[in-house]
Design a protein around this ligand. Structure first.
Ligand code: SF4
Ligand code: SF4
Length: 373
């Protein structure tokens, strides 16, 4: 095993291949506070990529209600239980990653879901954690809570799917870090299905090969954001490219939110894959839950989000404002702009939406409106 650096866990770790970073790394940010679980993203992906025979159960994008939603069943809790106690010392993870905890003869600690585990994609939808005692509903905040977690492949820096493939069929594209399965090489051993802790590789019984999210790379090559991003009703998503922390560029929206403001966090960083989808944590959920899910720094991230200044609020307003990838951004007064890599403007969004008042009686049309005060 090689020693590689994983900045998300603040230390070096063991991995099956030497550190080799792509020219640029595809990355995304999801704001969990805005997701309404409409599943438009799920269907946008489904109708684009997985409407064929053998793909019926595949959801390359899914949205589950935490804490009781899972697809497949128990994907996260089952692995976390097997991994055992996980500890952080400040920003350094002192427990074992899935590579370091692998059983003899395996490349990553994992498990393969049964058919039944895929049978109920929206299990636990809108189920709350906790209960509210009689009469207590209005005296404390959020004793009962849930939130929506939208999930795609994380196009990890250290993918467990890639590490575990005995055929070398999975690779990271050097130009953008997107992780893909070479369908010509794959022989359907399903080691990747077992190894991916996020369970984002799916076996197609009709073709006998594994398939997974490709981050809509034909769109990325055209500087466009993926289907699940541009169709998102809640405008919770932004796709782009991330730098390593020491190379962070505040003009890059992804770098700004992840490295500069530190409000977007990776999903289960302790597993050791350096996943490249980042989440703005839900602000109403007890942090003992979100900390185990998104790593340290949750309280600060929530405080920053709650007290967003004009820069932060402006950048968040750019989410979902254009189909194009915004490599740069800039705020001028109360207007925020998304820019191409060369600085050309793509879109501008006002920080404050203009207010239009509709008068109750419209003299030009001679009508009385009933939906006005
Ligand atoms: S999320 Fe899973 S399928 Fe995607 S790159 Fe990481 S290990 Fe591979
Ligand atoms: S389309 Fe957006 S708001 Fe709707 S479920 Fe998907 S991520 Fe959430």
């Amino acid at each position: 095993m090689a020693r590689v650096n994983n900045w998300q866990i603040g230390r070096d770790m063991s991995y099956w291949y030497p550190e080799s970073r792509p020219k640029r790394q595809f990355a995304a940010i999801f704001d969990t506070n805005k997701c309404i679980a409409c599943q438009t993203c799920t269907l946008a992906c489904k109708t684009t990529w997985t409407s064929g025979v053998g793909q019926e159960y595949m959801l390359w994008n899914n949205v589950e209600t935490k804490p009781y939603g899972f697809y497949p069943l128990g994907w996260d809790v089952k692995l976390l239980a097997e991994l055992g106690a996980q500890q952080w010392k400040g920003d350094v993870y002192t427990g074992r990653t899935v590579f370091e905890a692998a059983r003899p003869g395996e490349r990553a600690l994992g498990w393969r879901p049964e058919e039944y585990d895929y049978a109920h994609p929206n299990v636990g939808e809108d189920d709350c954690a906790g209960s509210i005692e009689k009469g207590a509903a209005f005296v404390e905040q959020h004793m009962a809570w849930f939130f929506y977690l939208a999930r795609i492949c994380n196009h990890c820096t250290y993918p467990a799917c890639l590490a575990s493939c005995p055929r070398g069929s999975i690779y990271k594209r050097p130009e953008d870090g997107i992780v893909v399965v070479d369908q010509g090489r794959c022989r359907g051993y399903q080691e990747c299905v077992k190894a991916c802790p996020y369970k984002k590789v799916f076996f197609n019984p009709m073709t006998g090969t594994s398939e997974k999210c490709i981050a809509c790379f034909p769109k990325i090559e055209q500087e466009q954001q993926p289907q699940c991003f541009v169709n998102c009703i809640g405008k919770i998503r932004m796709a782009g490219f991330i730098s390593r922390p020491e190379d962070a560029n505040p003009d890059n929206p992804i770098d700004y939110l992840v490295h500069v403001r530190k409000i977007a966090k990776p999903l289960f960083p302790q597993l050791g894959l350096e996943p490249n989808v980042y989440y703005i944590p839900p602000i109403h959920v007890p942090t003992h839950f979100t900390r185990q899910m998104f790593g340290p720094g949750i309280e600060k991230a929530i405080a920053e989000y709650r007290n967003a200044d004009k820069d932060l609020a402006g950048l968040l307003a750019l989410f979902g404002s254009s189909e194009s990838i915004m490599h740069r951004w800039r705020r001028e007064g109360d207007v925020v702009m998304g820019l191409k890599e060369d600085g050309t403007e793509i879109v501008r969004v006002p920080l404050k939406e203009p207010v239009h008042e509709r008068v109750a009686y419209d003299a030009s049309l001679k009508v009385q409106r009933t939906n006005c005060p």
